[in-house]
Design a protein around this ligand. Sequence first.
Ligand SMILES: Cc1ncc(COP(=O)(O)O)c(C=O)c1O
Length: 393
Amino acid sequence: MKFDSLVVHAGDRKRNGGVVASTTPIHLGTTYFYDSAATLDRVFGHEEEGYSYARYNNPTADALEELTTALDGGHGSLACASGMAAVQVAIQAALTDRAPRVVASQSIYGATVKLFDQILEPFGIETFYVDVCDGEAVEKAIATRKPGCVFLEAVSNPLLRVGDIGRIAELAHGVGAALVVDSTFATPMMIKPLALGANIVVHSATKYLAGHGDVLGGIVVSDEEHYETMRTISRVTGPVLGPFESYLTMRGIKTLALRFGRQCENACRLANQLASHPAVERVYYPADPAHPDAATIKRTFAPGLFGGMVSFEIKGADKPAVLAFMDRLKMVVPGTSLGDVHTLLLYPAMASHRDVSPKVRERMGIRDNLVRVSVGIESADDIIADLDQALRG
Ligand SMILES: Cc1ncc(COP(=O)(O)O)c(C=O)c1O
């Protein structure tokens, strides 16, 4: 089946007990029993498929997991209570029986940096940061640090840089490390990290997958090698997504191909319009032929898709000027998330990169006049008009 059909059909219509609904319902029960205790015994012992207790598995979450496995082309998935819970499980699974060292991209979500530096570091797990778009630097970091895990985001935030997943996977595997890719910004529609050599893929389902600003969730999709380890971690620690959120995420994914296709189209139009706007200094968008990672983008992105995120710098704006610009927005929502049906605008210096010192921000290329737009599915004319009136002041 093609991607547009998979999003609608995969995971649905399971014969749980003989009654089959056309769309997977919400199964709230936590505890299961069978006609004979011997069956329950076999289910507990993994000799027979089935359900015993909701921390281990749940029919609604199972259906969602089957769907996300199909979309990313993995061996199996785990639906988690947040994107961060998914990142933690993925890193733990990758580091099991490996050196407690991580080589991570220096351009990753702030909470993931905190996970490495504040949560994992006290347990003896060291993290070394590198610019994953600098081929030589990645090669050197992996060769000298000999990590157990290499971690990067498929499309970086907020400058939308793209590392070469295929090459980095080769380097990681060369030293016996697992490659974990957070593909939240890309979605399985635009990039398939497992097909490029990654071992584990993570999505914050809160963003494009669920897509409507009403679910907090995360997905880990793994290769065969890491699947049982990941499930064991989950069975013991229980980071699982509840049945209601699993249902909403599955419902959201049914329109992912339509939503993300429209978001990419709208983002392309917006990026083109902003490029010639008198109040805009610079636009960051992966379709730009002058993008520093244009060759990697051409090799790894699905044809014709460049994502729904656009970042741009406002000419001469300092923090008060950016805040005033945000206050003038009438339709675009000045909120922190991304991937929703409605267009969202985030100011990195105020939100995602607030804890990063101005000096380090400047070094990362994140200037005080930079804003990031997660383009929604509204009419592109309305998105462009709202940003235009706010920019003109
Ligand atoms: C790239 C990326 N990964 C992970 C997360 C964490 O997701 P969640 O908020 O669902 O825990 C976020 C949240 O913004 C994100 O942008």
